[in-house]
Write a new protein. Structure first.
Length: 71
């Protein structure tokens, strides 16, 4: 909900939301993506999603990639 409603108060400044999820199911992933699409937040969102059936090493890399994108 925070990512979907994010905005910079008192300004029209552009910004992006960096969203990272690790070890979630395909259904949970679809829920997040659909939620971002419904609210229009998908246009300003960068998603790093590691599914539960993805290799475990990706769970180590996912937060590092998200932090790098946020910088």
């Amino acid at each position: 909900q925070i990512a979907r409603q994010a905005k910079v108060r008192g300004t029209n400044e552009q910004f992006a939301v960096v969203f990272a999820a690790m070890g979630i199911t395909f259904e949970e992933s679809n829920f997040f993506i659909d939620s971002f699409r419904e609210t229009g937040a998908i246009d300003r969102t960068v998603l790093f999603i590691n599914l539960a059936n993805d290799p475990a090493i990706e769970r180590i890399a996912t937060p590092k990639m998200a932090l790098t994108a946020a910088e």
